[in-house]
Design a protein around this ligand. Sequence first.
Ligand SMILES: Cc1cc2nc3c(=O)[nH]c(=O)nc-3n(C[C@H](O)[C@H](O)[C@H](O)COP(=O)(O)OP(=O)(O)OC[C@H]3O[C@@H](n4cnc5c(N)ncnc54)[C@H](O)[C@@H]3O)c2cc1C
Length: 471
Amino acid sequence: MVSVQAQTRYDVVVVGGGAAGLAAAWHLRDREVLLLESADRLGGRMYSAPRGERWINLGCHLFPGPGSTLHGMLDDLGLHTLEIPGVKTAVAMDGKLHRSPRPETHALTLPLSLRDRLALVFAGLKLMRAARGYYRQAAPRPGDGPLSRRARLDAYLADRSTIDLLGALPPRVRDLLGTVGRRAASELADQSGGVAASLFASVWGGSRSFASLNVAGGTGELPRAAGAALSDRIRLSAEVTEIAETDDGVRVRYRAPDGAHEVHASQVVVALPAPAVRQVVHGLPERLDTCLGQVSYGPFVSMGVLTSPLPASRWDGVYATTTPGSSFSMMFDHTNPIPEVARKVGSSFMVYAGGAPAAALLDESDETIAKRFTDDLLRVHPALRDRITETVVQRWPIGNTYRRPGFDASPLREHAERNDGRIQLAGDYFVELGNVEQAATTGLNAARRARAALDQNAGPPAATTRPGGRA
Ligand SMILES: Cc1cc2nc3c(=O)[nH]c(=O)nc-3n(C[C@H](O)[C@H](O)[C@H](O)COP(=O)(O)OP(=O)(O)OC[C@H]3O[C@@H](n4cnc5c(N)ncnc54)[C@H](O)[C@@H]3O)c2cc1C
């Protein structure tokens, strides 16, 4: 039986409490808003756990800079970002750390045969050209409408795979670039060239990169602080089961520990991964539904690793390392921005596998994953032996979204352009390679559409002033 809540009518119900849903709810906090989240915590793929002066990051960690949607939220919430002083493009190969801050120099220094070295130089040049092209498409042009830039990026290298873009590669080079490509939670043959362009644009982007900072205290601080500020407007452990338009608004049904509930809203922001959208939203237009059915996600399996203080070594000052030939793809030192804490109490690393190796691990037990990752970690970074004090394994079946070659994103753009709907979609799948800033920005844009519709259709807002500042 569906129970009656104390309040059942809202201006906006936001469904999903990840970056997209939180950005939407934050923008709408001057309205009657309710956020429903199925998990028992907010943040979705923004997830970290505090450990004294350190933290363990298990999901998203690289954050965008000032001027971005998320940085604005961090400012509003009184949170701080940290510069990452370290090398973000190291490679650990054949038992040795190569810590060049310039990825293009790896072609000269990695242990490769002459043939492999030349193949890496040529592949690197193609990736550099693709990354430059990506920035050209992203740059504003005279006469651009709101979605013209997105249309250019959607079309950029969209019809071929990254393997088609790079051509045949010798196995060692393919393994190296495939490992980097797994940052997109997918294999080079499955992702479009545009995904690689976006990924390498962030590698070569420097200050233009979409994400180059850490959140002080860990990424999870943002959902924690937003949750505290919006507390009475948030319902956790509330799994939405149905969203359907009615004559005068939208009906949202959800299951919570205390039973089934139904609420109504003038507008609903649906900030869920694409498969969940298709499951819960009734009456999606066919073209949009088909498009959502073609959105791809790949898995990540991550492990946080705390250590006691480590002796000085070549690893000092390295933030991100690609690790070909091991069970994980990447390794990050989240104490890199706080070296004094690392010296005093120890380091905090995260390793993750993406794409096919992650898929193979998803059904393994935590113990098996922790053992496999730890064995490889000790090979890659032997100074960690006898110094690991805690490991935490996290599975992400929906790790990141990436575009397959030939994906037609026009129904997503058409949806984002409409201003006559009552159900607004948001989430990282609106872009070729998911990232937290794009997710938050789609949430903000969905909230703006909802606000415009409220203002237009309902006359003066049913606003009550709430704690948490301006919208
Ligand atoms: C290991 C890892 C590392 C990453 N690193 C980075 C990085 O460094 N930088 C970067 O920019 N991006 C990174 N990403 C990607 C980034 O985290 C995501 O693109 C972004 O957080 C997605 O936000 P979202 O709101 O679209 O989706 P999500 O975070 O998935 O949020 C969706 C929310 O909806 C909830 N939900 C699902 N079904 C229901 C339902 N029926 N009812 C109610 N709620 C529901 C979920 O529990 C979840 O909280 C990383 C991701 C992972 C997993």
